[in-house]
Each structure stands twice: as structure tokens, then as C-alpha cells.
Design a protein around this ligand. Structure first.
Ligand code: ADP
Ligand code: TYD
Length: 272
């Protein structure tokens, strides 16, 4: 059974690392095998790229396109060396940042062309998308009240003022990603307490894991290929069942409960 890939996204200081750590502890305590990872820098090559791209000594010297390729190179290594093999082994993988960060920071923040970025990200990741992306949304006023880390990196120390500040554009990037992919990206209001934020995250993730363990097939493939059949004229009830067996679903579950199916569909915001 393939694993579950969860990414955490948001502007600097939004609370991603705090929440990702809480989720990893929570899942491990319940016996799940979890790989806790982040970008940039989760591989040996990635560590070198991280110090190049985030080191304060590189300030002002890195061209935006070069910066984007450095993050993308880190990601390609990360996917092939760590993320994909872990998912193939059935593990849960949580990554603090992934593709949406490049679209938000290098696309919306730096102004690089979004279609070019999407294409390059597709090459870098081999098309691997997270099953769930948790976007921790925090406004800039709240962030400004949170202290900068003692040693802030090159991007964290971007101009925080001005008429259209860098981080405002980055936040807008996450918002637009969320609006265009509400089936994958879950927005969590990160201005609340750590525990209140975590409660929402836990609910989303646990639901998804429960469904995966119940059906033991890839839920997203199930939903997508069911929709294809329905669009070609097959009745919903038949389409769900046919796809279930095509994806290797177990025969003893052939009597599928309609309410359960609706629960799977609603996770992807699919109407019947
Ligand atoms: P990120 O990984 O997004 O940069 P962190 O998890 O490192 O963010 O949190 C940044 C800072 O904000 C830390 O000092 C952390 O203790 C604090 N913090 C995290 N979540 C909250 C929260 N919900 N409310 C208040 N402060 C928070
Ligand atoms: P990091 O120290 O991991 O900060 P955070 O805890 O906020 O995630 O630094 C990562 C920095 O790199 C952060 O400022 C966002 C930036 N970044 C990009 O600009 N593009 C990317 O593709 C990624 C992965 C990160």
C-alpha cells in the first residue's frame, strides 16, 4: 500500500515546524511509521544547497531564477532519495515546505512566471503531489508580533515593510493555490493557539488515514478515475465499484456502503 504524503506550507513564522512536529509525534505514538522531513536541506546534497541559497553571505548575490533552480534541485534530490522511496514503503511522509513554496515565494514573491514554474516543478518532482497540504494561514500583523529567529536566513530577513511587501505577495500565492486546489490544500487559521490549530490538522489527517486503511487503495486515484467514468456516462454507483476493483480493492468489501463512499468523495469535495 502506498504511504501518505503531507506537506506543510505558509509564510515564515506561521507555525509550520511547530505543527509538523506535533503531528509527527502524535502519529508515531499511535504506531504509524512517519518520516519527518523539510525543504530545503533534507539530503546531503540538499544541505549544501541550503547553505548556498539561505546563507546570509549570499545576500543580494543570488538571481531570482538561479534561486528557483536551487530550491528545485534540492527538491528533485529530496523526492528521489527520500520521499518517493518512503511512500513506496507505505510510510507517512510529512514535509515542512514543498512545491507550493516555490510557486508562492519565487512566483508571487519574486515575480517569476507561474506557468514556467509549474512546468519546472513537474520535472523536479516527476509529478509527485502531496495527498494533503496543510496551509497555515497567518496575517502579517500577527507574524510581526512573533519574534524573528535569532539567526534569520536570507529570505526570512526580506523587507517586511513597503506598500506591497514581499510576504504579503507570498501569502497571496498560498491563497490562490488553495483556491485553485481545495481538494488538496486545507487552510488552517494559524492565528489561534498552538493547540487549537493542531486540533484542526489532526482531524483532517486522521480522516484521510482512516479511509486509506479501510479501503487499502489509493483514494485519489479512486476518486479521479471514478469521475472519468461518470463523465463518460457510467452510473456513479457502478463507476465507484468498477474502479475499486480495478485498483486492486479486496473482494470482501464488494458491498460498499454508499455513505462511506460519499465520505471519500467529500474529502475531495466531489459532488454526486
Ligand atoms: P515556521 O516553521 O512556520 O517558521 P515555527 O513553528 O518555527 O514557524 O514558529 C515560529 C515562532 O512562532 C516560534 O517562536 C513559535 O514558538 C511561535 N509560534 C508557533 N505557533 C504559534 C501559535 N499558534 N501562536 C503563537 N506563537 C506561535
Ligand atoms: P526555513 O529556515 O526552513 O524557514 P521556515 O521555518 O520558515 O520554513 O527557510 C526556508 C526559507 O526558504 C523560507 O524563507 C522560504 C524559502 N523557500 C523559498 O523561497 N522557496 C522554496 O521553494 C522553499 C522550499 C523555501
Amino acid at each position: 500500500m502506498s504511504g501518505i504524503f503531507i506537506s506543510f506550507e505558509g509564510i515564515d513564522q506561521s507555525g509550520k515546524s511547530t505543527q509538523a512536529k506535533k503531528l509527527v509525534d502524535y502519529l508515531r505514538e499511535r504506531g504509524h511509521e512517519v518520516v519527518f522531513t523539510y525543504e530545503p536541506g533534507s539530503t546531503e546534497l540538499g544541505q549544501k544547497i541550503r547553505s548556498l541559497v539561505l546563507g546570509r553571505t549570499s545576500a543580494g548575490k543570488i538571481d531570482s531564477t538561479a534561486e528557483m533552480f536551487l530550491f528545485s534541485a534540492d527538491r528533485a534530490q529530496h523526492v528521489n532519495e527520500l520521499i518517493r522511496p518512503s511512500l513506496d514503503a507505505g510510510k507517512v511522509v510529512t514535509s515542512d515546505r514543498y512545491v507550493d513554496s516555490t510557486l508562492a515565494y519565487q512566483g508571487y514573491g519574486r515575480g517569476l512566471n507561474l506557468n514556467d514554474l509549474r512546468m519546472i516543478q513537474n520535472v523536479a518532482t516527476g509529478g509527485l503531489k502531496p495527498d494533503i497540504t496543510i496551509w497555515i494561514d497567518v496575517d502579517l500583523q500577527t507574524i510581526q508580533k512573533r519574534e524573528l529567529p535569532l539567526f534569520s536566513d536570507r529570505i526570512e530577513s526580506e523587507d517586511r515593510g513597503g506598500e506591497k511587501p514581499f510576504f504579503q505577495r507570498v501569502r497571496q500565492g498560498f491563497k490562490e493555490a488553495y483556491q485553485s486546489e481545495p481538494d488538496r490544500i486545507f487552510r488552517v487559521d494559524g492565528t489561534r493557539s498552538v493547540d487549537a490549530v493542531f486540533k484542526d490538522i489532526k482531524k483532517v489527517v486522521i480522516n484521510r488515514i482512516k479511509l486509506r486503511d479501510l479501503y487499502k487503495i489509493n483514494l485519489k486515484d479512486w476518486v479521479l478515475s471514478t469521475i472519468e467514468k461518470v463523465e463518460r456516462g457510467t452510473d456513479w454507483n457502478c463507476a465507484w465499484k468498477k474502479t475499486y476493483f480495478e485498483l486492486g480493492g479486496e473482494s470482501q468489501r464488494s458491498c460498499i456502503d454508499w455513505e462511506e463512499l460519499k465520505a471519500v468523495g467529500s474529502l475531495f469535495e466531489i459532488q454526486n
